[in-house]
Design a protein. Sequence first.
Length: 103
Amino acid sequence: MKAWMVYDKNEPEHPDYVFAPTEGKAKSAALELLFSQTCADFTDMRVKRLPGVDDIEKESTAKIFSKLILTCGWDVRLPNGKFMNSDNYDEKELEEAWQDYDL
């Protein structure tokens, strides 16, 4: 499935990601799953393709974030509040941080 970065145009510094087959479905999924509490409007949502992380939606949270860090240059906030990026990337620490979040 296609990977998409989604964000509110008024807060572009806080993106998230979803997996969806089309841009419209990515916006809908993000609005329902991620932005339902922030009152973001569908027309204020922006999406951008992340082809480097397509087809990994069934991977662990740590593997997805690892790809986002290493392939897309993301900064990821770990559950403990620490930010991880390509400069301080530690695979073991990332896996340990997210191990309790996978179903």
